[in-house]
Design a protein around this ligand. Structure first.
Ligand SMILES: NC(=O)c1ccc[n+]([C@@H]2O[C@H](COP(=O)([O-])OP(=O)(O)OC[C@H]3O[C@@H](n4cnc5c(N)ncnc54)[C@H](OP(=O)(O)O)[C@@H]3O)[C@@H](O)[C@H]2O)c1
Length: 329
């Protein structure tokens, strides 16, 4: 089978297209034949060696695919050949294995999909899992009506805008070009150019002067503290990535500077559910239902051949992607 092989970490060209033997499923496993494979930032971090939960090298990277069951082990009763399924490496022992024509995985780890679902859309589900938990788990019971999303034109960001709109929230999204702002607006959010230093004032104007009860940040870096200006009274600022670098300065001091609003700050990772896979599975089932009903349609930026995984990574890192990049086996 065709696969992408990662022997050493580095720039996109360390991703090499190779031929590998088709894996043999065990008695409780299924062999899934990929139809569409998602490309996402955690894989970029695996590739450049900065991911905290690195798979052992060499390996086939890749954390998500949608495909069909090609073989089922003798003990597998709930899946049969031809069934459409979603594979997320979040459910596997190793975060990898999906940049391949086929993968053998425990049958219990795959998410069955309804017949007829668009498998390209299903291959985008990982970002929606993250978005779902940022919106429904990270607030931990806190109520909010307005959400501010940074990096709103990106993979997770666009999923956040869509799911927050579906949940009936008012959404404000930050992006760094006029084209990217138009894309964010097309998803149903008020868009603000993040390059404008006055963006906190604009966020306040867009939220009736109150700010957002939930602020979801993927950027971190120098301007993370400015987001405290955008948090509504008793609101929550969640840091789930630091694409713009580490957050400098004294966070508690900055929070106390905003104590008239009593803001809370949380850092979030999907790995918080590694010991509670049932919570992740339940949200994935809900998302599959919403996707099948057409409640949201994942925006797909481009589909490249599997062999061009290196180009897909370079594209993702170029900052030009609106939504999602897929690989086609
Ligand atoms: N915590 C978790 O469990 C979890 C799970 C999955 C992913 N993540 C992380 O979430 C982040 C977003 O992932 P993604 O797949 O949505 O990535 P993506 O598709 O590349 O989107 C990231 C967006 O962030 C914006 N951005 C702002 N400053 C940036 C900078 N300095 N460098 C790069 N982008 C910048 C970009 O939009 P503009 O140019 O318009 O600003 C871009 O669209 C990644 O760091 C990823 O590792 C975290």
């Amino acid at each position: 089978m065709k696969a992408i092989w990662l022997e050493r970490t580095g720039a996109p060209d360390v991703l090499r297209a190779v031929d590998r033997p088709v894996p043999t499923p065990g008695h409780a496993d299924v062999l899934v034949e990929a139809r569409a494979i998602g490309v996402s930032r955690p894989e970029v971090m695996v590739r450049n060696g900065t991911y905290a939960w690195m798979p052992a090298l060499p390996c086939i990277p890749g954390i998500e695919m949608a495909g069909v069951v090609a073989q089922a082990g003798a003990d597998v009763t709930h899946l049969k050949i031809g069934d459409p399924v979603f594979v997320s490496a979040r459910e596997l022992a190793t975060r990898g294995g999906c940049y391949a024509q086929c993968i053998a995985v425990p049958a219990q780890a795959v998410q069955p999909l309804p017949a007829g679902i668009d498998l390209r859309h299903a291959a985008c589900l990982s970002n929606y899992q993250v978005a779902w938990h940022l919106l429904h788990s990270a607030p931990a019971g806190m109520t909010f009506t307005r959400v501010l999303v940074t990096g709103a034109a990106g993979g997770v960001g666009s999923a956040l805008v869509q799911l927050a709109r579906l949940a009936g929230k008012t959404v404000v999204g930050l992006a760094r070009s006029a084209e990217r702002c138009r894309f964010v607006e097309s998803l149903g959010a008020v868009a603000i150019d993040a390059r404008d230093a006055s963006f906190p004032a604009q966020v306040l104007r867009a939220t009736d002067g109150e700010g957002a009860g939930l602020v979801l940040d993927a950027v971190g870096g120098e301007r993370f503290m400015d987001l405290l200006d955008c948090v509504a009274p008793m609101g929550l600022l969640v840091s789930y990535a630091q694409l713009g670098g580490p957050i400098p300065g004294d966070l508690i001091r900055a929070m106390r500077g905003h104590r008239a609003n009593s803001p809370a700050v949380r850092c979030f990772t999907m790995h918080a559910f590694d010991r509670f896979p049932a919570r992740r599975a339940e949200s994935t089932r809900q998302l599959v239902g919403q996707l099948a009903r057409g409640d949201f349609v994942p925006p797909i930026h481009s589909v490249l051949p599997l062999e061009e995984a290196a180009r897909a990574h370079a594209l993702l890192e170029s900052g030009a992607v609106l939504g999602k990049v897929l690989l086609q086996p």
